[in-house]
Ligand binder design. Structure first.
Ligand code: KG4
Ligand code: ZN
Length: 389
């Protein structure tokens, strides 16, 4: 995967990521969908313009047949929010408004297509920051209205899970997926495309949230996950034994607040006693406690429910210690391990295009009454807005 990065005047990083894939068959491309009851993915080539703006990345991609990324543009606001130690929702929304049209133009141009070549417009409509989501949703609705192309709403976490389809052409449901991001920690059985059963979730903090809070406490700053990942490489993971919570009545659920408090208590005590903090040792020991729980639950679920494929998804899935441990544990247990490249783990629109394709071929279409749903539950089919063919 090629990545070109540009830092713009306002500190926003603009990345253009183009996957190098085999040539696509040209002949049967670009037929529009006439039936809302669904089309067979084998018969047609389906090109989707996908938009993601649920948090602090304005992202637009063009994806063909769910697995081939023609362009993947990400305008990251991390540098802007770093000053405040976390994402400021109002700033995020404002920047999305400024960047989204440029990202759409760049995505179409890099893919070598125009809006005429697009079969559908897909957008993340939840969960996420309402003001941020609304920018992408309004843009997608406007394009759909202006071009008459179908509109498809995508759940952000379903997008993260679908990132696995892009680089693993052989991956088909059913499989187990560990979804770990800044707002979610879910253990999910992907029963079929778009069909999910949640078997475990966090009782308190999401894994990424714990990384971010601990990073702030030890002075690494925002965004915490990548900084802890890096610092931990220089540290001793056995320097401290931080607690790994087990939930007696729900063995696949997670809890990270006790672990976070234990790290914070240690830091406060060390400071009171005038001891110097060893950032690297704390980072490595904290990270070990998190990844052992995540990998342990995920592998156990595969064994108990009889699945031999395990995928990871979400920003925390780019954590190097988690990827290494999962790889090792899966190999030891005869489970095939799937993980997206780090750039497809953190927020991007290629994953939204991948998820949308499987909705498109089922005939799922949203009406222009689609709205942003900040707390949209995973796998919720009730709140979808249908009505446009
Ligand atoms: O999926 P994502 O980009 O956005 C959400 O949907 O939340 O995930 C962002 C989260 C942040 O909490 C960030 O600190 C964490 O993913 N993260 C990582 C790493 N890279 C990003 N956590 C641990 N290790 C990493 N390398
Ligand atoms: Zn995300």
């Amino acid at each position: 995967m090629e990545i070109n990065k540009n830092v713009e005047d306002d500190g926003v990083i603009f990345m253009s990521i183009k996957e190098i894939t085999e040539d696509t068959p040209g002949e049967n491309t670009k037929k529009t969908c006439e039936k809302s009851e669904g089309v067979s993915g084998d018969e047609k080539s389906v090109t989707i313009l996908a938009i993601e703006s649920s948090c602090d990345e304005t992202a637009v991609a063009v994806v063909r047949n769910g697995r081939e990324v023609l362009s993947n543009i990400i305008s990251s606001q991390i540098a802007l929010h770093t000053v405040y130690g976390g994402v400021v929702p109002e700033i995020a929304s404002r920047k999305h408004v400024e960047k989204i049209n440029g990202c759409i133009r760049a995505a179409l141009s890099e893919a070598g297509v125009t809006l005429d070549d697009i079969d559908a417009v897909a957008v993340t409509y939840g969960p996420g920051l309402v003001g941020a989501l609304l920018v992408g949703v309004s843009e997608a609705k406007a394009i759909s209205f202006a071009t008459g192309k179908p509109l498809i709403g995508v759940h952000h976490i379903e997008g993260h899970i679908s990132a696995n389809f892009i680089e693993n052409k052989d991956l088909e449901p059913p499989f187990v997926c560990l979804v770990v991001s800044g707002g979610h920690s879910h253990l999910v059985v992907v029963k079929d495309y778009g069909e999910y059963e949640i078997i475990g979730q966090t009782r308190d903090d999401a894994a990424g949230e714990a990384f971010d809070k601990v990073a702030r406490a030890i002075g690494l700053g925002y965004p915490g996950g990548p900084k802890i990942d890096k610092a931990a490489r220089e540290g001793n993971p056995d320097a401290f034994t931080f607690p790994q919570a087990k939930i007696p009545d729900a063995e696949y659920d997670f809890s990270f607040s006790g672990l976070k408090s234990s790290v914070l208590n240690y830091i406060n005590q060390a400071k009171m006693q005038g001891n110097e903090l060893n950032q690297a040792d704390i980072a490595a020991s904290f990270q070990k406690a998190v990844v052992e729980v995540l990998a342990g639950h995920a592998v156990k679920a595969c064994k108990e429910f009889g699945y031999d494929k395990l995928a990871i998804a979400g920003g925390v899935a780019s954590n190097s210690a988690l990827r290494d441990l999962m790889e090792k544990e899966c190999a030891a247990n005869g489970i095939k391990f799937y993980r997206p490249s780090p750039v497809l783990c953190t927020d991007n629109a290629a994953m939204i295009g991948a998820a949308a394709y499987y909705e498109y071929i089922k005939g799922i279409r949203f009406g222009l009454d689609m709205n942003a749903v900040p707390n949209l539950p995973l796998g919720d089919r009730e709140r979808r807005f249908h009505g446009r063919g």
